[in-house]
Design a protein around this ligand. Structure first.
Ligand SMILES: Cc1cc2nc3c(=O)[nH]c(=O)nc-3n(C[C@H](O)[C@H](O)[C@H](O)COP(=O)(O)OP(=O)(O)OC[C@H]3O[C@@H](n4cnc5c(N)ncnc54)[C@H](O)[C@@H]3O)c2cc1C
Length: 403
């Protein structure tokens, strides 16, 4: 926004001349922030480099904090790309003789699509009508990308003197916008190349939750996406695995898809073979970590309990949930029971009532001398824990969204 203000006030002539490039650069940045392949590599490199015991805690928590903000950077780049494109359009319309009507129309439709995509991502829409958000974001995004290629082809081919189009490959190679758009296209296509229909075994842990099993072990801290119909909806879940032969997901019955799993028990589901790294993956940065989960948030942490010998981090757990065995089933409960008892607090609200989860987390982190607290809960639960820990000067992180 600073660069845009400088460009608009005439103090940044390069940006003024290349406003559409700045808009495309923002689209590239927002795509990178959501590119599961890129982030998987980035998270892996972060853990391999600063995950060493001698690296100061401050560096690790600052990096975690930055990586947790990628969603915010994604949204900000969305707003920036719209602003730059709007600026570019205003400048183009002012100098109409240097461009063509087709170019203006295509740029305007891209602007509308970006705007629509951003509106659909507003928390209220995203929370209440998740499928509307997901489909609008996907199809508006894809259409905008196709039109962006058209915009680039028209812009580099247009000759204002003859008012006609002359396309040459050499013009395209020299054009920065083309390279940025190629990178965006690769990042968007990549995850779709890993989509497969695989056999699954679905069992009901209770009327509130389903367990879905897949072949193949998966390392701790990763998430997977599953879908009954790949073009319209994808659902992300934490992966539970001992890292050997199989992995599973626990899906709380909260939406149409997760409820339908309980009744239909499908034999096959679409998956993305490339699993993605979330905040939980960064548990591996630390020496001693307190994991706090309420309800089905436990799934994202169970692999750390199962793979305790495969990583150096010493993990402690607080799990707050209601009527645990009835709601989560024996299989999940056993996974927690098999972990050393002195490192776990399980609080059944059906028996002990609703606790002060923030206070519990501070007490747990202090008693166990943990460097950091990572929480997966409902948005309020995550805020309660993070606030209480920050007040007690204990670094704490908790994602609000699960995808
Ligand atoms: C990153 C991430 C990954 C996720 N992955 C999955 C997944 O793989 N599978 C899945 O099904 N869901 C997942 N979720 C969803 C999420 O864990 C649950 O929707 C959320 O925790 C609500 O869980 P719940 O409905 O079971 O119960 P909750 O609403 O969490 O309640 C469980 C118990 O905890 C108590 N409780 C809740 N909040 C508080 C509080 N603030 N103070 C005191 N007690 C409290 C309640 O009284 C209740 O008895 C994920 C969420 C995130 C953020």
């Amino acid at each position: 926004m600073v660069a845009l203000s400088l460009a608009a006030s005439g103090h940044f002539p390069y940006a003024k001349e290349k406003a559409s490039l700045f808009s495309i650069a923002n689209i590239l940045a927002l795509t990178l922030c959501r590119s599961e392949a890129t982030l998987r590599i980035l998270f892996y490199l972060v853990v391999k480099t600063i995950g060493k015991p001698f690296v100061p805690l401050r560096i690790k928590t600052s990096t975690t904090s930055f990586l947790q903000s990628l969603g915010g950077i994604h949204s900000s780049c969305g707003v920036s790309s719209i602003s730059w494109l709007l600026f570019s359009l205003v400048l183009t319309i002012k100098n109409k003789n240097k461009t063509s009507t087709e170019i203006i129309v295509v740029a305007f439709v891209i602007l509308l699509l970006l705007f629509l995509s951003s509106l659909a991502a507003f928390p209220l829409v995203r929370h209440l009508h998740h499928n509307v958000f997901e489909r609008t974001h996907r199809f508006a995004g894809w259409t905008a990308l196709i039109l962006l290629w058209l915009f680039i082809l028209l812009s580099i081919s247009y000759d204002p003197n003859s008012q006609s189009y002359h396309f040459t490959i050499s013009k395209m190679i020299k054009n920065q916008e083309s390279w940025f758009t190629l990178a965006i296209t690769i990042l968007i296509v990549l995850p779709w190349l890993t989509v497969r229909k695989v056999a699954v075994r679905v069992s009901t842990a209770s009327s509130h939750a389903t367990i879905i099993k897949f072949e193949g072990g998966v390392e701790a801290g990763l998430f997977g996406r599953i879908s009954p119909s790949p073009l319209s909806e994808w659902h992300a879940f934490g992966i539970i695995s001992d890292g050997k032969k199989e992995h599973m997901m626990l899906a709380g019955a909260v939406g149409d898809f997760t409820r339908s799993l309980v009744s239909t028990k499908p034999n096959h589901l679409w998956v993305r073979k490339l699993h993605f790294a979330g905040l939980t993956y960064l548990v591996k940065l630390y020496k001693r970590v307190l994991l706090v989960a309420t309800g089905s948030g436990i799934c994202v942490f169970l692999s750390f309990l199962l793979q305790k010998r495969q990583h150096h981090v010493d993990v402690y757990l607080i799990w707050v949930a209601k009527d645990i065995e009835t709601n989560f089933g024996k299989e999940i409960v056993e996974l927690v029971r098999n972990y050393p008892k002195e490192k776990v607090i399980v609080h059944d609200t059906g028996v002990c009532g609703r606790p002060n989860v923030g206070e519990m987390s501070v007490e747990g982190a202090t008693t166990w001398n943990c460097e950091v607290v990572i929480v997966t809960s409902n948005p309020q639960g995550s805020k309660d824990v993070v606030r209480a820990c920050k007040k007690a000067k204990i670094p704490a992180f908790g994602p609000i969204w699960d995808s």
